[in-house]
Design a protein around this ligand. Structure first.
Ligand code: HT7
Ligand code: ZN
Length: 893
């Protein structure tokens, strides 16, 4: 096993000043000629290097005799170069510090590229994915992010099949090929030096939708979105989102776009969400295409977020990039944070966005940090960098940035980002450089030692656990003493940890619910530390970790008795001035119930849900989040005692839904009535938060009511609603209710599924959702359902979205379906077989599925041994990729 280590980082011996590419596109044999202007790196520490090593992907075929050094042919026979372990090693370099040119010509077969890295075809469109190490699958190159070059790219292709030819930068020339008028060419020049992972090329028969953004300086930028013909009308929201993002980045960070054109291309086959290639973003079509008839509210929100995210990378990632891939969170954590704040500002309700982000962090990143693949925000080692595009690098990385903002304040943070961009524009830097800019821009806030300690957030894996005790109250002095203790749990390779700097945003309410101590930051640095709050009245209730000011798990020791805990949670749920806290208190009440094996809600909890319903009815989005059922995976991940019993958790979750439905029955029925009436009396479609809230609340109401003892009327009503709903949000929500409800009969399910299928079978994105709803249904026969979906005409085994929906839905989002019931070992065998099969085509996607095994030690012994057998079988497979191997190996370690 070959491991790359951060500690081994060395600057590159050579830099590439510019690269000239000529890419002659053919489906089965594309010819790529390159001319690199190389020069020794003056900051390279040791002797000038006499050999140059270029990275070359395994599927790249070097054309014999095509290597030219300063125009002279290099002869392999005479030892001028050789290939070794994915490197093209060139020996006879000119001595001295002058640069040289190196030309090469290679052949590729895009039609056979099923890994979707490098140059590949998506439904007849040529496209590229070069991050992290895909460029070497197109051109022999020094494929690392600290080598920044200027690019000139000539694309040649059949004119009728590929009328649109795109690459980074400005179009400087185009026309028919003089010797072959069937073919045409286009030449692009990108004036901004960039690492090769930001290179992109697209060629296809695509429709273009154009618009314009006028920068603060009054200079316009042409915006183009390229999609399949017929999809033009579905780009409006993406275009609006792009313009909003451009304006927001000017206003919030002073970041202005730096070219006169910005292109986005949507393709159906893409391993991730989207890619921020310089001026030519390539997107998974699900994050571009939306229309009121075909997209849900979540789709609209996700499009806004992802379009924003990729655009924001133009500064956080492209203009200032990463020195090496260990620094990935430098661009990803920061950009996720920027995207989260952008979305929060656009939504008009910041708490709603924060709730969604924290729910995601807790349900995906916390389990990763507690399992065998736990790694720091800046890992020390990796085998396959693709496995590190993780929730830890992205979401926990964003939390680390958020904590810096909390500590420095709005203005201090902005001073820090201004300094960071000014200092490092055009450079490839590290997370330390980011922190240094923050520290230098606000020298009096934290000491150098504090910043060193703060940086442990980059170095230590594991979710810190904080215990808070606040029983020491002096009524006479109205003084509250708070004692906080912290511990970072051991994680693989890191048995012992140091204390973190943890900002705990804290407020105090009096007995009537009035805020008496406004939010203040308790900055916990020691393993144990006490804080004193003044002017605290008797009967107070303290609210800790407001807006989730640090990515930690908090235990309130003064809540040792359940009665006090439930009472104060109910109080916070009713009165906290921070809506995030109200939601969080509700979550805790639900989680407490889920962990009482029978799922019983206390009378206090039931009353507080009834009160919350009445208090929040005018804010239906928050209310829908307060009432939203807990996911079974989350309940299992948070279960304090092992082993987890998926069947028991499923029953407990069902019982909680039923108790809520009983307690809120008439209110929920009213929600259904008003939703229908409202929709009938309204024309047009709006995304404002009240309307989204109505739809979300109706969805929750259906999902709760169908758990009641006599659910038929609600199931019937859901079916009618599904047929008639005016929005895709409600159509899909009711479909999901019908397919997921324990009480739904086979007829209900099949009818709902076939109504939807008949209507939308021509829409690939909707079929993907239709598949996912079935694969995630918590049923004891989920394995059979999933097996049959693999043979359904709507399922395309080469399409990552379909794989993530069906196999990912089953393996990662349906714990009862995967582990429950008597046939768990068959489910594990099936999953391992699928992972092996997909691994042969697309290791990156297969490795994501393999993460299903990371929780294996939380289950019963018989399940554990069944999973172990499958993992060992996978490791024995001679062709197993390092991507999957790395995940499974860590599970078994
Ligand atoms: N920066 C992009 C990462 C990405 C990627 C990485 C590995 C393989 C395929 C990929 N597609 C996109 C996405 C982003 O964070 O903006
Ligand atoms: Zn990103």
């Amino acid at each position: 096993r070959t491991v790359v280590r951060l500690a081994d980082y060395q600057p590159p011996p050579f830099l590439v000043e510019s690269i000239d590419l000529e890419i002659d596109l053919h489906e089965t044999e594309t010819k790529v000629r390159s001319r690199l202007c190389v020069r020794p790196n003056p900051t390279y520490a040791t002797e000038p290097c006499s050999t140059l090593e270029l990275d070359v992907g395994a599927t790249v075929r070097l054309v014999p005799d095509s290597l030219l050094l300063n125009g002279k042919r290099l002869d392999a026979e005479r030892g001028a170069y050789h290939m070794h372990a994915g490197k093209l090693v060139i020996r006879q370099l000119p001595s001295g510090n002058d640069g040289f040119t190196l030309e090469s010509c290679v052949l590729l077969n895009p039609s056979e590229n099923t890994a979707l890295e490098g140059l590949y075809l998506s439904k007849g469109t040529f496209c590229t994915q070069c991050e992290a190490e895909g460029f070497r699958r197109i051109v022999p190159f020094i494929d690392r992010p600290d080598v920044l070059a200027r690019y000139r790219t000539k694309i040649i292709a059949d004119a009728s099949k590929y009328p649109v030819l795109l690459s980074n930068g400005n179009l400087v020339e185009h026309g028919p090929c003089p010797r072959d008028p069937q073919r045409h060419y286009a030449i692009y020049e990108d004036p901004w030096p960039k690492p090769c992972y930001l290179f992109a090329l697209v060629a296809g028969d695509l429709a273009r939708v154009s618009d314009e953004f006028v920068r603060a300086s009054n200079r316009p930028v042409s915006l183009h979105i390229y999609v399949r013909h017929g999809d033009e009308a579905r780009t409006a929201h993406a275009m609006e989102s792009l313009k909003k993002a451009m304006l927001w980045d000017e206003k919030t960070y002073g970041r202005v776009y730096d070219l006169d054109v910005f292109n986005i291309v949507a393709v159906d086959d893409f391993n991730m969400g989207a890619m921020e290639n310089k001026s030519l973003n390539i997107f998974n079509s699900k994050y571009i295409l939306a229309s009121p008839q075909t997209a849900t509210d979540s789709d609209y929100n996700a499009i806004e977020a992802v379009v924003g995210h990729e655009y924001f990378h133009n500064w956080s990632g492209n203009r200032v990039t990463c020195r090496d891939w260990f620094q990935l969170s430098l661009k990803e954590g920061f950009t996720v944070f920027r995207e989260q704040e952008f979305s929060a500002d656009m939504r008009g309700n910041r708490a709603v966005k924060r709730i969604a982000d924290v729910a995601r962090l807790r349900s995906t990143q916390f389990p990763q940090d507690a399992g065998p693949t736990a790694h720091p925000v800046r890992p020390d080692t990796y085998e396959t960098i693709n496995n590190f595009y993780s929730v830890t690098i992205y979401e926990k990385g964003a939390e680390v940035i958020r904590m810096m903002k909390t500590l420095l304040g709005e203005q201090g943070f902005r001073r820090g980002t201004d300094l960071y961009f000014a200092r490092h524009d055009g450079e490839a830097v590290t997370c330390d450089d980011f922190v240094a800019a923050m520290a230098d821009a606000s020298p009096s806030v934290l000491s150098a030692a504090d910043w060193e300690q703060f940086k442990l957030w980059y170095a230590q894996a594991g979710t810190p656990q904080v215990w808070i005790s606040d029983s020491a109250y002096d009524a006479q002095r109205r003084e509250l003493t708070i004692v906080a203790r912290q511990r970072v749990p051991p994680t693989p390779g890191q048995p012992v940890k140091k204390p973190h700097v943890i900002p705990i945003a804290t407020g105090v309410l009096d007995a009537s619910g009035k805020e008496v101590v406004p939010t203040t930051i308790l900055c916990l640095k020691e393993a144990e530390q006490s804080f004193t709050l003044q002017n605290v009245p008797p009967g107070h209730v303290v609210s800790y970790l407001r807006h989730f000011s640090a990515p930690i798990k908090l235990t309130r020791e003064s809540w040792a008795d359940q009665e006090r805990e439930e009472r104060e949670l109910a109080f916070l749920m009713a009165h906290d001035t921070d809506d995030f806290q109200r939601w969080d208190a509700a979550q805790q009440l639900l989680l407490n119930a889920a962990h009482r094996r029978d799922g019983s809600l206390t009378p206090v909890a039931i009353t507080s849900f009834q009160r919350a319903f009445d208090a929040l009815i005018d804010d239906p989005l928050i209310l829908s989040q307060v009432l939203a059922p807990l996911s079974e995976s989350y309940v299992m991940d948070e279960q304090p005692t092992l082993p987890v019993d998926p069947e028991l958790v499923h029953k407990a979750c069902l019982s909680i839904k039923r108790q809520l439905a009983e307690a809120l029955r008439s209110r929920l029925e009213h929600v259904l009535d008003t939703a229908e009436q409202y929709e009938a009396g309204r024309s047009g479609f709006s995304l404002d938060s009240i309307e989204q809230g109505r739809r979300a609340l109706e969805a929750v109401a259906f999902s709760l009511l169908v758990t009641l003892p006599n659910p038929e009327p609600y199931l019937e009503r859901a079916l009618v609603r599904m047929r008639n709903a005016a929005t895709m949000t409600t159509m899909l929500a009711t479909l999901q209710t019908l397919v997921h409800a324990d009480a739904a009969s086979k007829e209900h399910r099949e009818q709902a599924l076939s109504v939807f299928y008949d209507r939308w079978q021509g829409d690939y994105l909707l079929m993907d959702k239709w598949l996912r709803i079935q694969a995630t249904a918590p049923r004891s026969d989920a394995l059979m359902v999933v097996q049959s979906l693999l043979h359904h005409p709507a399922y395309n085994a080469g399409n990552p979205n379909n794989i993530y929906s069906v196999l990912g839905g089953f393996a990662l989002a349906n714990p009862y379906g995967l582990h429950g019931g008597s046939n768990a070992s068959s489910a594990y065998r099936f999953l391992a077989d699928q992972i092996l099969e997909i691994d042969g085509r697309n290791p990156q996607v297969a490795a994501r599925l393999a993460n299903a095994f990371t929780k294996w030690r939380r289950f019963s012994e018989d399940r554990q041994s069944a999973m172990r057998i499958e993992m060992e079988r996978m490791l024995e497979s001679p062709k197993l990729s390092t991507d999957v191997g790395e995940v499974i190996f860590k599970c078994l370690e």
